[in-house]
Design a protein around this ligand. Structure first.
Ligand SMILES: [Zn+2]
Length: 65
């Protein structure tokens, strides 16, 4: 059961990444360059560190390897 759920998550993640790759967008921030922080201390968005705030898939790929 647990393994099944992990596989489901991995599959969804992969599908999302492939979709974003086709669009040329960073999968983490969906091309926005910022990620929404669900914590009150920051109060807003922070720059996506995976793509250095560019929102580009190519930058995300570099930082993921
Ligand atoms: Zn990003």
């Amino acid at each position: 059961m647990k393994t099944k759920l992990i596989n489901w998550f991995e599959k969804r993640k992969k599908v999302h990444q492939e979709k974003m790759m086709k669009l040329g967008k960073c999968p983490d921030c969906r091309g926005y360059g910022v990620v929404i922080v669900p914590i009150h201390y920051a109060g807003s968005n922070i720059e996506c560190y995976k793509c250095n705030g560019t929102g580009k898939f190519s930058e995300w790929e570099k930082n993921t390897q």
